[in-house]
Design a protein around this ligand. Structure first.
Ligand code: AP5
Length: 217
């Protein structure tokens, strides 16, 4: 299955992507994770992307699209994938459609995680991420035993630089202006399914998997 997860910052895309990708047995491709890996390795791409990420803005389409094109050409994405955080603009979505046509295939489904801004702010301000295995925690909703240590692998937990209140506000603005139009874009293709992404993580996973099952996933 070829699937896209869309939703505002902090909707739970990364959290759900792990379960959904395991359910579908496809690789999870997160543009945010790829950018953050490049930032921590101080690659040219990372240095360029960091300027935008720290400001809560989207990285320019040309940079992002080329990075995704390379990733989708890797063998593990040949039989399906779950895209988390891409596309995020209508030009990215149109280019993805074209890329897939060139590969003789197309997207199956776009799953939208629906949550309001107040919930997003609560979720992002308490998020902690593991430096080792990437597991996403929340100090209130999914707390590790020790706020600084991952219970899964024992590595250090960190707070993302873009989870500061002023950056969160800018990310929400970017979402409303540039990413929310994808709901109409994919709605017009008949590929969009929206699910309520509030409530416990496990309940959201059940809703997501039920939605996929009704489309053969
Ligand atoms: P990216 O990493 O994609 O950030 P985002 O879309 O803003 O999403 P987040 O990762 O912040 O949130 P999420 O929805 O994954 O939520 P999570 O599961 O962590 O992108 C970062 C930056 O990279 C962008 O700002 C941009 O600069 C750049 N970028 C990336 N892709 C790009 C693109 N295509 N084009 C241009 N630029 C791009 O959950 C959040 C918290 O909530 C966690 O603590 C979690 O434990 C908790 N939580 C999750 N579910 C629940 C629940 N049901 N109940 C309670 N708490 C929950």
């Amino acid at each position: 299955m070829r699937l896209v997860l869309v939703g505002p910052p902090g909707a739970g895309k990364g959290t759900q992507a792990e379960f959904i990708a395991a359910h579908l047995a496809v690789p999870k491709i997160s543009t945010g994770d790829i950018f953050r890996a490049n930032v921590s390795q101080r690659t040219e791409l990372g240095i360029e992307a960091k300027r935008y990420m720290d400001a809560g803005e989207l990285v320019p389409d040309e940079i992002t699209i080329n990075m995704v094109r390379d990733r989708l050409a890797e063998p593990d994405a040949g039989d399906g994938f779950l895209l988390d955080g891409f596309p995020r603009t209508v030009p990215q979505a149109a280019t993805l459609d074209k890329m897939l046509v060139d590969m003789g295939t197309s997207l199956d489904l776009v799953l939208e995680l629906v949550v309001d801004d107040d919930e997003v702010i609560r979720r992002l301000s308490g998020r902690r991420t593991c430096r080792g295995c990437g597991k996403i925690w929340h100090v209130e909703f999914d707390p590790p035993t020790d706020d600084a240590v991952c219970d899964r692998c024992g590595s250090e937990l960190f707070q993302r630089d873009d989870d500061k209140p002023e950056t969160i506000a800018r990310r929400l603005e970017e979402y409303a202006n540039k990413t929310a139009p994808l709901v109409d874009y994919y709605g017009a293709q008949g590929k969009l399914v929206g699910i309520d992404a509030t409530g416990p993580v496990e309940d959201v996973t059940v809703r997501a998997i039920d939605a996929l099952r009704s489309y053969g996933g």
